[in-house]
Design a protein. Structure first.
Length: 391
């Protein structure tokens, strides 16, 4: 962009893709606007011009200022910024401009740990829905087949993968054997990215050594909270975190609930202990949340909450493929956005055969305390919530 084009933008005034800065205390003061332009549709940042379009110029050595700008674009944000810088000596002083291109990468750009987008004439932090759309646009995580670019084959627990194959009845010691890498590719654990094999989301979540270590997967776990009352105004008395692979999350969350207060029953000379809810109902509710959550929603965890009268599991996302609450509760034809993950949990014997989960939950709860479990979805706020009533 040459000076005549910049002058035309100055005459047109500030907009969604044009920002003026009269003076700067520090070059880093430009970080918010550069970040916002890069994360949205690009834009032009003009320095030495007041908000009303009056040219004042930058009162600094032009060569030194350009070097500082260039250095900041390379190191001042979370990743190098693709931009073109230039300058012009107006009679009122030097005017500098930065032509920021829209960012391309695996995650949005951030400045001092915060993500910004352009909204009208302002650079602002995005709302939760805007942030999620931004993550999705950058290809953060869309499906279980998505490659995790920062992961390598060393992030996969190969022994756990071999054990999975053996559970499927595939002999890993029988010759001839395909190369391990080929097995990993065939089973969707790894896929090619820019001519290199990298683990997929499914591979990391099913067989990863540390599944939550990557920016995309950091919130893919179950947060557990127990309250001393019937709602969120009560004190949270016990908290826990069920992390790790998909099966580890399920077993950890179920164990956390099982360690909470139990009820007692007496019949004749015998004393019995009962969990807060039936074990098979609890496991199914948790495993459904882990298997069917929307992994495109990267900023939310599965939330398991125990109140004095109920257990609630909230999972990010809504039902896929036009499934409804009524169909799910009745055990309708099973459909999943995460087929590989669901199959993994079935093979690990943590999940009922497809479509039987909610009929099992309903029967277990009726036999346990005569109650009906509840299931709801909120498509606007993008969550599915299951409720089990306590004894």
């Amino acid at each position: 962009m040459d000076w005549l084009e910049v002058l035309k933008r100055i005459e047109q005034g500030e907009s969604e893709q044009t920002e003026f800065k009269r003076q700067l205390g520090n070059v880093s003061d430009l970080g918010k606007e550069i970040c916002a332009f890069a994360n949205t549709d690009g834009g032009l940042l003009i320095i030495g011009v007041d908000d009303d379009g009056t040219i004042f110029g930058v009162d600094r050595d032009p060569d030194d200022f350009q070097e500082r700008l260039s250095s900041f674009l390379q190191t001042g944000l979370s990743a190098p910024v693709s931009a073109r810088i230039d300058r012009y000596e107006d009679p009122n002083g030097w005017v500098h401009w930065i032509e920021v291109r829209r960012m391309r990468g695996f995650e949005p750009l951030s400045h001092k740990g915060k993500v910004y987008v352009r909204r009208a004439r302002n650079s602002v932090e995005p709302s939760s829905s805007e942030l999620q759309d931004l993550f999705n646009r950058f290809g953060y995580i869309l499906t279980e087949e998505q490659v995790i670019a920062a992961a390598t084959e060393n992030d996969i627990d190969q022994e756990k993968f071999r054990g999975f194959l053996e559970t499927l009845g595939i002999g890993v010691d029988v010759e001839p054997q395909p190369a391990l890498e080929q097995d990993l590719v065939n089973r969707g654990v790894m896929s090619e990215l820019e001519k290199e094999l990298r683990p997929t989301l499914y591979g990391v979540m099913a067989f990863g050594n540390n599944p939550q270590q990557f920016p995309q997967t950091v919130n893919f776990w179950v947060e557990c909270v127990a309250y001393d009352g019937e709602d969120h105004t009560a004190d949270a008395t016990i908290t826990g975190r069920a992390k790790g692979t998909l099966d580890e999350q399920v077993t950890s969350a179920v164990a956390w609930v099982s360690n909470l207060k139990r009820t007692e029953s007496h019949g004749g000379l015998f004393r019995g202990e009962h969990g807060l809810v039936p074990g098979n109902a609890l496991r199914e509710v948790v495993v459904n949340a882990v298997a069917h959550r929307d992994y495109a929603i990267t900023g939310s965890k599965i939330l398991l909450e125990v109140f004095s009268n109920r257990l609630v599991v909230t999972s990010p996302g809504s039902f896929p493929n036009h499934m409804t609450v009524e169909k799910v509760m009745a055990g309708g034809l099973a459909r999943s956005r995460n087929e590989a993950m669901a199959n993994f949990l079935v093979v690990r014997r943590l999940m009922e055969q497809r479509g039987r989960g909610w009929p099992v939950i309903r029967r277990a709860m009726r036999e346990f305390n005569g109650t009906e479990p509840e299931l709801e979805q909120d498509r606007d706020n993008r969550y599915v919530r299951a409720t089990l009533w306590l004894q």
